[in-house]
Design a protein. Structure first.
Length: 432
């Protein structure tokens, strides 16, 4: 494999706007000197030169964006219009929106501006924490409750609730409309800033009803929060006398997640299950194609025979039935994983079409602390682009908002398919 291809794969990060995801990056090129470490006071007020930061972004795009042909007349027309809009922005969110409006003209994933007022900025930097000093908590840590949100028709909705984090413990669900926190309009960062350890009251709308939930705000660390969520997601679903293991890889961005998954299903509480559901919906991408080896046909079976006790078999792979959950938030390296899983015909893929976000991105830490994520290399898979196309499920099952968090239609469908596969296998083994 050439060094250029290896570099491209290493840069394969995620992101569309929305959804998001990511992969491993070899290096980071700061556009300007980094800020000193220490806690910032977060505010909607703008304390930087709008024109300078806008110019910084445009210069990086024009120097590094992978397809020069897309920097065409439309791009050149939009730059001055959106420069004026950005420089007149009254708030940090308005400034970010103007830059993202410009980036959206490139119609490419892995191309988005993340401000200090967005949780994903801290999560993305957390993925690349090894590139920074350990004491740069301003890069990785933010106060929040562990949810992902989307804006629809001017209102915030819960798009994902990370297992085991405060939002999940408070009872928030996918699809909930977020109205207010402590009586003030919801904001994904400012609603929780400087409230670490405090209990806040979150007003939501669900199925036409107004509810008030209590949640304890926590300092969330982008370096560790998705490992916690993975561990908290692990459970066993019992159905028709069968045990179906389940875990949610909210991030697959690095070997530590794969090692945790491997350990759990080969040796942990899920190892005795009859089948497995691997949930790749939402969160961040990653997932090296090599991770598929965990689910391939074992090369051999190793039998360990102790002096006392029962012999034990080990193959280093999960060779029992397995199903995959995907949706429009399944991005980048996770999409490559889903593509390979389908090609191996390893098991049912349930959910919705993946994002189609498969190019290579590079992250730029800007002079005032915001982050630019930019597509820098195109990617082909078996000679064709998955960008803009994605991977289709075997069983297309939509997930409606306001659905019961304990009755996820996509999880239920995967359970049904796996129970059917187990029953079919049993009947086959019963034949003379």
């Amino acid at each position: 494999m050439s060094s250029n291809l290896l570099a491209s794969l290493a840069l394969l990060l995620v992101v569309v706007a929305p959804p998001l995801g990511e992969f491993r990056q070899v290096r980071i090129v700061p556009a300007s000197p980094q800020k000193d470490s220490g806690k910032e006071t977060l505010s909607e007020q703008i304390d930087f030169d709008r024109g300078e930061v806008f110019h910084e972004v445009v210069s990086i795009v024009e120097s590094h964006f992978y397809d020069k042909n897309r920097l065409d007349a439309t791009w050149r027309e939009q730059v001055p219009r959106l420069r004026e809009k950005a420089t007149r922005a009254a708030t940090h969110d308005e400034f970010s929106a103007a830059i993202n409006e410009l980036l959206e003209t490139l119609k490419t994933s892995h191309t988005r501006y993340f401000s200090t007022l967005e949780p994903k900025r801290y999560q993305l930097l957390g993925v690349f924490h090894a590139l920074f000093e350990a004491d740069r908590s301003d890069l990785f840590v933010y106060e929040g409750i562990g949810i992902d949100t989307v804006v629809e028709n001017g209102t915030h909705h819960v798009n994902a609730v990370y297992d085991g984090l405060p939002g999940a413990l408070a009872g928030l669900r996918f699809g909930d409309q977020l109205i207010a926190v402590d009586g003030e309009p919801f904001h994904p960062i400012l609603s929780f800033a400087d409230k670490g350890g405090r209990v806040v009251k979150i007003e939501i709308a669900r199925s036409g009803k107004r509810l008030l939930l209590d949640a304890t705000v926590e300092s969330l660390d982008g370096r560790t929060m998705f490992e916690r969520a993975l561990q908290a997601s692990i459970r066993v679903i019992e159905r028709e006398g069968k045990k179906i293991g389940y875990l949610h890889a909210w991030s697959y961005a690095g070997s530590k997640y794969h090692e945790a998954i491997s350990s759990e299903i080969l040796y942990g509480s899920l190892s005795k299950c009859d089948a497995l559901i691997l949930d790749l919906r939402d969160g961040w991408g990653g997932a090296s194609p090599a991770f598929l080896n965990l689910f391939r046909t074992p090369l051999f079976m190793l039998e360990s025979i102790p002096r006392t006790g029962a012999p034990q078999n080990y193959s280093g792979t999960w060779d029992k039935p397995v199903g995959l959950l995907i949706n429009g938030g399944t991005t980048s390296g996770k999409e490559l994983f889903a593509y390979g899983f389908a090609k191996l015909k390893r098991g049912p893929i349930v959910g919705e079409n993946t994002a189609g976000a498969v190019v290579a991105g590079q992250m730029f830490l800007l002079s005032q602390g915001d982050v630019l994520y930019l597509a820098v290399t195109d990617i082909r898979v078996d000679g064709r682009r998955l960008e803009g196309t994605g991977v289709a499920p075997d069983y297309d099952v939509p997930r409606e908002r306001d659905s019961d968090a304990n009755n996820d239609a996509q999880v239920e469908s995967a359970v049904t398919r796996l129970v059917e596969a187990l029953e079919s296998s049993r009947k086959g083994s019963d034949r003379p």
